[in-house]
Structures are given as structure tokens and as C-alpha cells.
Design a binder for this molecule. Sequence first.
Ligand code: 5GP
Ligand code: ZN
Length: 137
Amino acid sequence: MKDDNCIFCKIANGEIPSKTLFEDDAFRVILDLGPAAKGHALILPKNHYANLYELPEETASKVMLLAKKMAVQMTDKLKCDGFNLVQNNGEVAGQTVFHFHMHLIPRYKNDNQTIGWKPGEPSQEELEEIRAQIVGE
Ligand code: 5GP
Ligand code: ZN
């Protein structure tokens, strides 16, 4: 399940070289070329799934196990002070490469980086309306 026009398929499967931190039969973990912080890495499945919606459940669970393992190793080796796991789905959410990937972003005190959102201020009624919409009531 590869897409011939997908750069992350080529990287994940070793056709394009990358700074690889980990590889097994299903995944490659690489350093991001445009890092938000030192050590910013990406978990790439070797099979092509455009996004979280296409990702099989079993692969999704393995992604989180691998994220945990890498975060522990990277925290130990890089001596970072915290971590963001980020996964963008769809252009509106900031996705630019349409091959599923999980960002592993080590964070350092005073790294002067911003990863976040402007918090809204919904009323209790609005929260209840959204809750009911999501759960289908
Ligand atoms: P997205 O915006 O889709 O969530 O994340 C795409 C990420 O892939 C960006 O952080 C970008 O820097 C990284 N990226 C794009 N092209 C390449 C590449 O060819 N090699 C590597 N290592 N990272 C890439
Ligand atoms: Zn792909």
C-alpha cells in the first residue's frame, strides 16, 4: 500500500534518505527537516494512509506505543524538559503532507516556541449543545 507520488512513502520505505531514529517492518521515525525544536521527529507508517481517518486501528495503537517509546528515549538522550505530540488532519488543521504522521516535538525551557491555540470561552449551554451533537442526542 504505497502511493508513487507520496514523498513520505519514499522516505518511509528508504527510497529517499532520511535521518532515521528508528525503523521496523511497519514504521520509520525520522528527524523533521523544519524542526519546531531540537530533535523534532516524525513517526511514519511504511504503508500509505492519508490521515487518521484512513489509519487502521491496529496501526493507530502501534503509533502511540512507538510515540511513548521514542519520547522516553529522546527525553533521556536530549535532556528535554517536556514533549508535544502533534498530529494534523486536513489542510485546515495544518496538514501539509498527506501521508499520516505523528510529530514528536521535544520541548526545552526557554525554547521560545509556540504550539497551541487561542482558547474560546463557551457558555455551559454551548458546551452542552456540542456534547449532544457529538454523542448524537
Ligand atoms: P504536517 O504539516 O503535514 O503536519 O507536517 C509535515 C512536516 O513534514 C513538516 O514539519 C515538515 O517540516 C516536514 N517535512 C516535509 N517534507 C519533508 C522531507 O522531505 N523530509 C523530512 N524529514 N521532513 C519533511
Ligand atoms: Zn505515502
